[in-house]
Design a protein around this ligand. Structure first.
Ligand code: ZN
Length: 56
């Protein structure tokens, strides 16, 4: 999915026990719950690969 600020693709980033989406353009980070409503199937599939995601 795309960044809301600049439209660049978001990358799934795993950090310790948390997962974030990080923009490859402006480097803004989104928490999963911030963008949960807008997740596209491709991003959702990437997130499903992480076995114990904490949606904080
Ligand atoms: Zn961005």
């Amino acid at each position: 999915m795309k960044c809301r600020k600049c439209g660049e693709p978001l990358q799934v980033q795993r950090r310790c026990r948390q997962v974030r989406l990080r923009c490859s353009g402006c480097e803004k980070e989104y928490q999963i719950h911030e963008v949960a409503a807008d997740l596209d199937p491709e991003t959702e599939a990437q997130l499903e690969r992480f076995t114990c995601i904490i949606y904080d």
